[in-house]
Design a protein around this ligand. Sequence first.
Ligand code: NAG
Ligand code: NAG
Length: 198
Amino acid sequence: MGLDYIFRLVRKKIVLITIFGFSLCYCIYNFSKNSHNDNFLVRGSYTSTSSLKHESFIWNSAELLENITTPSKCRNSIQGKYFIVDDRGFVCKRTNKLSNGCCNLSSSLINRYSCNSCNSNGCCNIYEYCVSCCLDPNKRAVLENIFSSSNSNLRIILSSLADQFELCIMKCRTNSFSVYHENTYRDTKNKFCYKDLS
Ligand SMILES: *[C@@H]1O[C@H](CO)[C@@H](O)[C@H](O)[C@H]1NC(C)=O
Ligand SMILES: *[C@@H]1O[C@H](CO)[C@@H](O)[C@H](O)[C@H]1NC(C)=O
């Protein structure tokens, strides 16, 4: 009976060890497969993906500047406490935001492509004005520089952006948090920048 018990124990252990071994192999296999895929994606985005995305990227144009369109819906900067900037470049008070996400153009103090609170370095004191200023069609040349960056992480982010609004939302936000911490001499008052520092 004692021997029987030991045999059963050993058999159970063998089963457990086998299952564990298989799981481990499976994990290692999957892990190496995924890291292989990641490498592939990173390399792919250097060439085809991001240049393709860059070509399909939508810039604000002079026609959009002239035509104050009344779309059924607007994307906007969402999180502002006092202001909102919509994807047409209008800044308004949060209280003048319509239910479709657009600024109410009938409200007073409405501004389009406003660089209010921004300095000549492209840095602004107020986030929403950074985005609005950045959305101006004449900022395209300044903004286009970012697409020639060789930073692979940045290139992956850029390839996911559809248009100037998404680019400006990203630039005004990320510039304020990450890049400028290293440059302590930077203007801490105007910390939302749509321009790259160089
Ligand atoms: C802007 O308005 C003009 C004249 O009304 C029109 O011809 C043009 O197609 C419009 N452009 C856009 C982008 O809506
Ligand atoms: C837009 O603003 C005007 C002026 O303040 C106001 O009369 C109107 O009701 C607003 N429109 C909406 C849809 O809230």
